[in-house]
Design a protein around this ligand. Structure first.
Ligand SMILES: Nc1nc2c(ncn2[C@@H]2O[C@H](COP(=O)(O)OP(=O)(O)OP(=O)(O)O)[C@@H](O)[C@H]2O)c(=O)[nH]1
Ligand SMILES: [Mg+2]
Length: 459
């Protein structure tokens, strides 16, 4: 694909709004923009200094019809987001207006941008590295203040800097090893075995430290998948509604009310919880309900946290024990509900629940603060810790760090076993390459394609 052609896209969300932005990037940006724009005051976009705004009319050069009034912002490369000449049209925020302006630019020779292509160019032109490009998506998709904070941190280069400094340490070591191999007669002292081992284990420790943050990082980026489960009619949908403080899901006294999975995001002290209300689990002859139950079971399987509801007012049943068994290896909180009604069983009848937290409440008349507290304590301590030391949020980064760790272990082994130093450098090169995948120095093209395809058009 050509990299110096000029791309265009609508960069704001499509819908009615005060303003909407159409963006151009590439060597022809300014001349293309100039052909469809007439400033109210004299002059043309071609001689506008960089980072200046002009107010004027956007018009169709063929029909001479005016399409909109707009503010046009010119940012000349390399001092722009993409590193190329960029022009932004700040138009009125209507769908048709923006589409007409975009069409004009395409007619004048721009090409419609692919999803994420602006950010991709920023990466390819060295304005940001790959982990920063990924952070751009994370900023856009942040679900809570805390997720945003971590994403901005990464965009500012916190992860890149840490990875870069680890790579620097390894590079220096490799260079010295190679020098001692290449020029033995030049009297460069062989790198001391102890010193090599020190450097490698220090890098190794830092990689381990980063890896430890990965689970919390994933939570902040993707949210904690929290599945509300239990047999029919125990109050699952009532709980969802109470957590959200709105009547999101249907609640009736008919068992089997919820058929499909309902998902909503809930922000608890900055931690995003993706709450899933599911169909009550039971054997059923109803085909549609059966499909719902299958979805519930699948959700249980993928859950990070399970909130398992039991009805205190009716005796425990076979279904309750089956769900108890099915969730025993998962992180879970048991909620005993309907305590406003006479109690039909006692907690001790729930044999073998291990460490599971139990919360007792009435969703009809009680409060759910103890449950919320249990949900937060399930995650927050780790997250608070890792905020201080930078944080790994992506599975891709986690895998690269794990690979680097393997290579470092191997390198350390060869040192300790007294193998020739050139064998040590093989492990070090492996680690360098794995770490470089995070920042994008050594990453394969298909991975880059895959990363940018997750973006929306116009970003
Ligand atoms: N008395 C009493 N009734 C409750 C309580 N919580 C929920 N209910 C009632 O129990 C019935 C079932 O509530 P839902 O929230 O629909 O139960 P569910 O688990 O989602 O049921 P399914 O979707 O059928 O699996 C409704 O009539 C609720 O009003 C409670 O704490 N006390
Ligand atoms: Mg329900």
């Amino acid at each position: 694909m050509l990299r110096d052609d000029t791309i265009a896209a609508i960069s704001t969300a499509l819908g009615e709004a005060g303003i909407g932005i159409v963006r151009l990037s590439g060597s022809e940006s300014i001349s293309i923009a100039d052909r469809v724009f007439k400033p109210f005051r004299e002059g043309s976009l071609k001689n506008v200094p960089t980072h200046r705004v002009k107010l004027g009319k956007v018009f169709d050069p063929e029909s001479k019809r005016i399409i909109d009034e707009a503010l046009v912002l010119v940012m000349r490369g390399p001092r722009s987001f993409t590193g190329e000449d960029v022009v932004e049209f700040q138009c009125h925020g209507g769908i048709i207006v923006l589409q007409r302006v975009l069409e004009l630019l395409l007619n004048q020779g721009a090409r419609l941008a692919e999803p994420g292509e602006f950010t991709k160019r920023a990466f390819l032109n060295g304005r940001i590295d790959l982990s920063q490009a990924e952070a751009v998506i994370d900023v856009i998709r942040s679900k809570t203040d805390l997720s945003l904070e971590v994403a901005i941190d990464q965009l500012e280069g916190s992860l890149s800097k840490r990875i870069q400094s680890l790579r620097d340490e390894l590079y220096q070591l490799v260079t010295r090893i190679e020098a001692s191999i290449d020029f033995p007669e030049d009297d460069i002292p062989e790198v001391e075995v102890m010193e090599m081992a020190d450097v490698i284990s220090s890098v190794q420790e830092q990689v381990i430290k980063l890896l430890k943050t990965a689970d919390d990082g994933k939570v902040l980026r993707e949210g904690i998948k929290t599945v509300i489960t239990g047999k029919p009619n125990v109050g699952k949908s009532s709980l969802l509604n109470k957590l959200l403080n709105e009547n999101r899901a249907l609640v009736t006294d008919i068992p089997g009310t919820t058929r499909d999975v309902i998902e909503e995001v809930l922000n608890l002290q900055g931690i995003p919880f993706r709450i899933l209300d599911t169909a009550g689990i039971r054997e059923t002859g109803d085909y549609v309900e059966q499909l719902g139950v299958e979805r519930s079971l699948k959700a249980l399987d993928e859950a990070d946290l399970i909130v398992f509801l039991l009805d205190a007012s009716i005796p425990l049943s076979e279904e309750d024990f089956q769900i108890l068994e099915a969730t025993k290896n998962k992180k879970r909180i048991i909620v005993i509900n309907k305590l406003d009604l006479p109690r039909a069983w006692e907690i001790k009848e729930l044999s073998d629940i291990g460490e599971t937290r139990i919360v007792e409440t009435s969703l009809l008349s009680g409060d759910i603060d103890p449950l919320i507290e249990a949900m937060i304590s399930f995650v927050s301590s780790g997250i608070m810790r890792s905020r201080e030391s930078g944080i790994v949020t992506r599975t891709r980064h986690k895998h690269a760090l794990e690979q680097a760790l393997q290579d470092l272990k191997q390198a350390l082994n060869t040192v300790n076993e007294g193998y020739p130093v050139d064998l040590v450098s093989i492990g070090l090169y492996g680690a360098l390459e794995s770490l470089g995948e995070i920042t994008g120095e050594t990453v394969r093209d298909n991975i880059i394609e895959q990363i940018f395809s997750q973006f929306c058009i116009g970003k």
